[in-house]
Ligand binder design. Structure first.
Ligand code: SF4
Length: 372
């Protein structure tokens, strides 16, 4: 369908020409980006910055990523310094960006590039894909943006633009099978990196999800979605499955010295490698206090804090009951984990859900909780 549609629309390459001309003037100013004018003067994208930004941007908005990106490059200006950093420090700097397996893979990837590639990122999609945490999308984005390889980069923004340009009415996720080949017909031989970024910018600034500004669009002439009057309804989506609710408990244990017990989660699985306020398994069973207390880190005098902590992950909603207790010296000795001064909780690599749990347990306890 993509090929047919592209022919009907005339020359697919004309889309790239028009889009690149638009990008030359309107490219967004992003901290990791080399804009066309700077490129003309000889500046080149730094593969480290492109890689770092692409990993951060997965599932996260440009506005959120900006400060994290600046913080990372000021702490670790190149791949070698990031590789040499303790992983805990990297996880700590990442806290709040979510999807923590990305931070673990980020560090593992930096180590691989530093140790096995002499500090230089491979410059092909295949070479990049072999690195930890780099899948088909990210390898294409880095190959195109950092190395100007002809690679088709399809993120959510590009998906929307292409579905509209080609009037692809198949609902997502099935539509992906049509969107990719359609996008490939647009990717130019020259400046594929700028083209990829131009598509992203078009999707982010003009071809927006709810009300595209087609009157300002450089490729409106030939947009089948616009021509058919269905652009705003694209891409279609299959109805979402309802998110299940899981439940569990967190145990906020103090030791009488102003410290709180934290544990490190296993590397594999949700929030892998992050610190946690000791928690139970999260299951779909109704909350049963006796059963939950059976999983407490020590047999102390636990008191339930009224209310629940609620947090929504991609695939499920979580409700946590919160218990607090003071450990005796003997109990504190027995407890498995790390004792952290309560006022330093904000310096720990605590994921958002665990910050919520700690704030619920001790609303006035320290800097972490101010203003919550
Ligand atoms: S004409 Fe409108 S719908 Fe089509 S690509 Fe441009 S902004 Fe998007």
């Amino acid at each position: 369908m993509a090929g047919k549609t592209a022919k009907k629309r005339g020359k697919p390459e004309s889309v790239s020409d028009r889009l690149l001309a638009w990008y030359d003037v309107h490219a967004r100013d992003l901290p990791w980006r080399v804009r066309p004018k700077a490129r003309d003067k000889g500046a080149r994208a730094d593969p480290y910055c492109v890689w770092l930004s692409e990993i951060m941007l997965q599932q996260t908005t440009v506005a959120t990523v900006g400060p994290y990106f600046r913080d990372f490059v000021s702490r670790w200006p190149d791949v070698e310094s990031l590789a040499a950093a303790p992983r805990d420090k990297v996880m700590e700097a990442w806290a709040g960006l979510g999807y923590y397996s990305r931070a673990r893979n980020l560090h593992a990837c930096a180590v691989t590039v530093a140790e096995e590639h002499g500090g230089r990122f491979p410059d092909t999609e295949e070479g990049l894909k072999a690195l930890p945490g780099i899948g088909p999308y990210t390898s294409a984005a880095i190959a195109a943006i950092a190395f100007d390889r002809k690679a088709t980069v399809v993120d959510g923004n590009v998906e929307r633009v292409v579905a509209r340009l080609f009037a692809i009415e198949t609902p997502l996720p099935d539509a992906k099978k049509e969107i990719r080949p359609a996008a490939e017909t647009l990717t130019p031989e020259t400046r594929p990196g700028d083209f990829a970024q131009a598509m992203m910018d078009l999707g982010a600034t003009i071809c927006s999800p709810k009300s595209p500004s087609c009157n300002r669009c450089p490729v409106s002439d030939g947009c089948l979605g616009l021509e058919k009057g269905i652009a705003e309804t694209l891409p279609r989506r299959a109805p979402k499955k309802a998110r299940p609710t899981r439940r569990g408990a967190c145990f906020y244990l103090r030791n009488g010295k102003g410290e709180v017990l934290l544990r490190r989660r296993p590397d594999k699985g949700l929030l892998g490698g992050m610190m946690e306020v000791p928690t139970t398994e999260w299951t779909q069973a109704e909350l049963d206090e006796d059963a939950l207390l059976g999983a407490a880190p020590v047999n102390a005098k636990w008191a339930r804090v009224p209310g629940l902590v609620e947090h929504t992950f991609t695939h499920f909603h979580l409700q946590l009951a919160i218990f607090v207790a003071e450990a005796s010296a003997a109990q504190a000795k027995k407890a498995d984990g790390i004792w952290v001064p309560e006022e330093e909780l904000d310096t720990q690599a605590l994921p958002t859900v665990m910050k919520k749990a700690a704030a619920h347990a001790a609303p006035d306890a320290g800097p972490l909780f101010k203003g919550k």
